[in-house]
Design a protein around this ligand. Structure first.
Ligand code: ADP
Ligand code: 5GP
Length: 190
């Protein structure tokens, strides 16, 4: 059983993680999406156990008390966390685990797993980010305001990541993420 590569991808909300990752998953074999737990209510089209495990705060707190999380954080007013079970699942399947998490979670993962590969996906500008978030149409005005305020903080922490990819042209961003993963594999193979 080989130790899976931990690939941490962070971006401000609306930065394009879901869009870029969907393409990366379709084009790179051997990746496993880490399914987080969250107290956020599901969006239309989201399924429990596919995008997230949707739980209430009581259940989330119980998991924290059991040390079930590799990392967890409060993001935009909801709790989100990656269980250690996701890493076990990747090990068992010999796949590389992709964590779509926020900057606070990324910091925790790097502390416990210094060999993690960290990528920050940035929008071309804050204006483009606002327009994309609005265009996605999944968030209330209140939720949008929180996400934009947090985006400014998260963008300020992009330098903590090993790689930064600008998500302007989608194809270019996808190719850059793929190249970063391929380079990491090549490094491990030496
Ligand atoms: P995240 O998962 O990081 O919150 P999404 O993938 O949902 O972000 O992207 C936010 C919105 O921006 C979506 O409506 C998506 O279609 C759009 N989007 C993402 N990447 C691009 C891109 N490169 N060019 C144009 N629109 C994009
Ligand atoms: P969304 O509600 O848009 O799905 O996600 C909001 C934010 O929470 C995103 O930045 C996403 O990366 C982050 N997130 C999702 N899952 C986790 C997790 O398990 N841990 C942490 N720390 N952040 C997460």
């Amino acid at each position: 059983m080989r130790e899976p590569l931990l690939i941490v991808i962070a971006a401000p909300s609306g930065g394009g993680k879901s869009t870029v990752l969907k393409r990366v998953f379709a084009e790179v074999p051997g990746l496993l999406f880490s399914i987080s737990h969250t107290t956020r209510p599901p969006r239309p089209g989201e399924e429990n156990g596919r995008e997230y495990f949707f739980v209430d705060r009581e259940r989330f707190r119980a998991l924290v008390a059991q040390s079930a999380f590799l990392e967890w954080a409060e993001v935009h007013g909801n709790l989100y966390g990656t269980t250690r079970g996701e890493l076990d699942r990747a090990r068992a399947l010999s796949r590389d685990l992709v964590l779509d998490i926020d900057v606070q979670g990324a910091e925790q993962v790097v502390k416990s797993h210094p060999s993690a590969l960290t990528i920050f996906l940035r929008p071309p500008s804050l204006e483009v980010l606002k327009a994309r978030l609005k265009g996605r149409g999944t968030d209330s005005e209140e939720s949008l305001a929180v996400r934009i305020r947090n985006a400014e903080i998260e963008l300020g922490r992009a330098g903590e990541f090993q790689h930064q990819v600008v998500n302007d042209d989608l194809d270019t961003a996808v190719n850059e993420v793929k190249a970063i993963i391929a380079a990491e594999h090549a490094k491990k193979a030496v």
